[in-house]
Write a protein that binds this ligand. Structure first.
Ligand code: DSN
Length: 424
């Protein structure tokens, strides 16, 4: 009898298979500098592509609405235990689909619609879900936003305190998507305590740095902490909420049944693997290397005549202000992409340009650090970024000269070849 062989992706859907292969190649050959991205390990990718995707598991371990939890419950328990151990948290909910649902769940759990919330404004480096006007968090809650100082572009704790005293928010967000300096969680907590607000830290960008011990932790200071699991933490696309035990019931109820249905068990397993990886000693070295690389790249770009927001960095990201070069971030980001350098245009504080064509570029160092590039490689990276920007300027509105872009692409392929990309 002929045995049954199930066709693989290439046979079933060659079009999608080819596009995924193209993306693999692109990730292998390009200089990936998007501050919110990384390379998940082969082990994380394997768990994430497992048959756990076939299973429904509404509820929490030991209290589900479906049968067949023999393996899903222990997986979710492992993910919870590892997350708590990694961050030293009293409670963990590993079910949020991503960072935005995690943030909405915290609001649902701790606030009532219409309550006043406070967060760092988007143009100052905050996140949409910290109360920006077009987000559900700015539509269903009364959102007031703090910013950064005009002189040095750092968060102004005096402004945060004054605004909190005046507005008496129910909840204060601290966290960012594009802020290159350390956050003073203790100072935020003192303000929150003074005005009777919950303090929630969104550590999506810096979770890996906190887990690796190179950024202060908000855990002792915040009522709740949210994060994605795929940025510096290097896990699968997903979210996580950590909180004090006293808020556990409210947070769990807000995630399910408040906001979500069945958790994505394949992602839960991949999160558990990522937490396990982050608990290993090598992760501390990786986290320290990210910051060392970011500082080295900042210095090499400044030497080449670039202005950085706040003059440098303490974390994994830099914001380049292109005002002095007289060009918008969008065109440069597009032209750099043609050269094999992947980053994003980003608003800078008090940006005179529009958000879709802002004055800045955001550069993150997590992905290249995961490939094993160290400080010695940062001069080369600054060199190709500088050459790409110069070629973009020379190309003007016509766009970059394709021959110049190809030359840089080749240089980058050569630079990256000795550093295999994890997972690929
Ligand atoms: N979109 C993410 C980032 O790039 O920072 C935040 O959600």
């Amino acid at each position: 009898m002929e045995s049954h062989r199930e066709p693989d992706l290439r046979e079933v859907d060659p079009e999608i298979a080819a596009l995924i292969e193209g993306e693999d190649r692109r990730q292998r050959e390009s200089l990936r500098l998007i501050a919110s991205e990384n390379y998940a390990s082969k082990a994380v990718l394997e768990a994430s592509a497992s048959t756990l995707t076939n299973k429904y598991a509404e509820g929490y371990p030991g209290r589900r609405y479906y049968e067949g939890m023999d393996f899903v419950d222990p997986i979710e328990r492992l993910a919870i235990d590892r997350a708590k151990r990694l961050f030293g948290a009293e409670h963990a909910n590993v079910q949020p689909y991503s960072g935005s649902p995690a943030n909405l769940a915290v609001l649902l759990g701790l606030c009532a619609p219409g309550d006043t919330i406070m967060g760092l404004s988007l143009p100052a480096g905050g996140h949409l879900t910290h109360g920006w006007k077009v987000s559900a968090t700015g539509i269903y809650y009364h959102s007031v936003q703090y910013g950064v100082r005009r002189e040095d572009h750092r968060i102004d704790m005096d402004q945060v305190r004054d605004l909190a005293r005046e507005q008496r928010p129910k909840l204060i967000w601290c966290g960012h998507s594009a802020y290159p300096r350390l956050l003073d969680f203790e100072a935020f907590a003192a303000i929150a305590q003074e005005v009777g607000a919950y303090l929630v830290a969104d550590i999506a960008h810096i979770a890996g740095l906190i887990a690796g011990g190179v950024h202060p932790s908000p855990i002792p200071h915040a009522d709740a902490v949210t994060t994605t699991t795929h940025k510096t933490l290097r896990g699968p696309r997903g979210g996580l909420i950590l909180c004090k035990a006293e808020h556990a019931a409210k947070i769990d109820k807000a995630v399910f049944p408040g906001l979500q249905g069945g958790p994505h068990n394949h992602t839960t397993a991949a999160k558990a693997v990522a937490f396990h990886e982050a608990l290993q000693p090598a992760f501390k070295a990786y986290a320290a290397q990210i910051v060392a690389n970011a500082k080295a790249l900042a210095a090499r770009l400044i030497e080449r005549g670039y202005d950085l927001v706040t003059g440098g960095t303490d974390n994994h990201l830099l914001l380049v202000d292109l005002t002095r070069q007289g060009v918008g971030g969008r065109k440069v980001a597009r032209d750099l992409n043609a050269c094999g350098i992947e980053l994003n245009a980003n608003s800078i504080p008090f940006d005179p340009r529009k958000p879709f064509d802002p004055s800045g570029l955001r550069i993150g160092l997590a992905s290249v650090t995961s490939r094993g590039l160290g400080e010695a490689a940062m001069d080369g990276i600054a060199g190709v970024i500088d050459a790409g920007i110069k070629a973009s300027l020379a190309g003007g509105a016509e766009g970059i000269d394709p021959a110049a872009a190809e030359r840089l692409k080749g240089q980058i392929r050569e630079m990256l070849a000795p550093f295999p990309a994890p997972g690929l």
